[in-house]
Design a protein around this ligand. Structure first.
Ligand code: HEC
Ligand code: HEC
Length: 375
């Protein structure tokens, strides 16, 4: 057992009030914290250098001091300038690696929680034989630690590819600044922000008729979904099935089941044709959406043109069977406060719907236990 631990235990045994750092340290908890380091560091018997240097006999090691590991120039320089790893300098380094050794190649944001730092150091101390870290802690080398700290300039942003996992637990992330990435550009936001609300908000400009849609559909969709949306083989059926929802084997299609047309537009735009997603223009998606309505007898006029303006005239047959989920235990569905934070005036109108069907006994067809969910 290291002298560090022994000191702790003796202190405990004699009922001494320990100084903050030592008081909390728990090598076992530290072993769990060390999982954050393990991708890059090994410690213990036979530990080899990995992405980072092995951490045996760390206490008392000059920073950048292993012969067989290639440190960054910054770490070598820190060692030459006198940085030696002890409880204090390690605690500072683990809190903010780049704050203490500006330019270190250790791509790790740091351990923000003091207890995590204390514990992981207590754990590492169990692999440090020679010099007792506790003794060193009493005679720290504040000069170095402070010079190093004084260099604490804005840490450079870490490359995104080496982004460390955020610390576990909600509290651990508090106040954490990873300094990764950059602000998204307006163009990027526009490209991602393509969701459409059931009332049509978010629809792009453009238009397409049923007749247009038929040609596009035959070329791009019929091979899987069938000429009439009946589905070839095991590919999904897009049309029909109305009135079957309460049957033993309900036939759920866009026409029989989907509550909102906005989902059809969004789904086709994002995902279809299968294997060639995002290849359709907005006009083509309007035309295809119109054609799918036609296949489902929801519109009957081949000249019907779907656009932002006509979108709201369409009501999907099954929409009335969807109702607000008002289960009180589902906090995020509560009606009173649809959004807990950042309520924008318009958004407060949004209601969450769940796929809960109202099934009345007379609808139940030939069997008593409908396969669809009842509230
Ligand atoms: C993403 C990989 C990565 C993670 C995660 C990581 N390190 Fe490092 N660590 C490195 C690299 C690389 C170096 C060498 C830095 C240099 O040369 O600038 C290093 C250096 C160190 C050093 C200096 C060792 C010496 O010999 O000078 C210590 C101490 C250290 N790490 C501790 C930790 C601890 C403790 C954790 C977990 C809380 C951790 N590191 C997490 C990659 C990592
Ligand atoms: C190569 C076969 C293939 C082609 C071509 C294809 N789809 Fe699909 N489509 C699928 C598959 C597979 C799914 C189900 C995907 C899933 O559930 O993850 C699907 C699902 C759908 C759905 C949702 C059906 C439902 O009820 O869940 C719609 C709507 C749809 N496709 C429309 C289209 C349109 C419009 C086109 C032509 C632009 C098209 N698809 C082309 C294979 C295809």
């Amino acid at each position: 057992m290291s002298r560090f631990l022994r000191t702790c235990l003796t202190a405990l045994a004699t009922g001494l009030v320990l100084t903050t750092a030592a008081a909390a340290s728990d090598p076992e908890a530290g072993a769990a914290v060390f999982r954050k380091c393990q991708a890059c560091h090994a410690v213990g018997e036979g530990a080899q250098n990995r992405v980072g240097p092995q951490l045996n006999d760390l206490f008392g090691r000059t920073a950048g001091g292993l012969e067989d590991y290639r440190y960054s120039p910054a770490m070598v320089k820190a060692g030459e300038d006198g940085l030696v790893w002890n409880e204090e300098s390690l605690a500072a380094y683990l809190a903010s690696p780049r704050g203490v050794v500006k330019g270190t190649k250790m791509a790790f944001a740091g351990l923000k929680a003091e207890a995590d730092r204390d514990n992981v150091l207590a754990y590492l101390a169990t692999f440090s034989s020679a010099e007792a870290p506790a003794a060193e802690a009493e005679t720290p080398e504040p000069a170095e630690a402070e010079t190093a700290q004084a260099e604490m300039v804005q840490p450079e942003p870490a490359p995104a590819a080496t982004a460390p996992a955020a610390p576990e637990g909600a509290a651990a992330g508090d106040g954490l600044v990873l300094k990764l990435g950059r602000e998204a550009t307006a163009e990027e936001v526009a490209a991602w922000d393509i969701d459409i609300r059931p009332d049509g908000l978010g629809l792009p400009d453009g238009r397409g008729t049923v007749a247009d849609g038929m040609f596009i559909y035959d070329d791009n969709c019929a091979a899987c979904h069938g000429d009439f949306g009946e589905g070839i083989g095991r590919w999904p059926v897009l049309a029909g099935g109305q009135g079957t929802l309460t049957h033993d084997r309900p036939n759920k299609t866009v026409g029989s089941y989907w509550p909102y047309l906005s989902t059809v537009y969004d789904y086709v735009r994002r995902t279809m044709p299968f294997g060639n997603a995002r290849s359709l223009s907005d006009d083509e998606v309007y035309a295809l959406t119109a054609y799918i309505l036609y296949l489902n007898d929801i519109v009957v006029d081949e000249d019907f043109e779907l656009s932002k303006d006509t979108f709201a005239t369409i009501e999907m047959p099954n929409e009335p069977n969807f109702k607000d989920d008002d289960r009180p235990e589902e906090a995020h569905y509560t009606k009173d406060e649809p959004c807990m934070t950042d309520c924008v005036a318009g958004k407060a109108e949004i209601k969450m719907h769940a796929a809960v069907l109202d099934v009345t006994p007379e609808d139940t067809g030939d069997n008593e236990a409908p396969a669809v969910g009842i509230e």
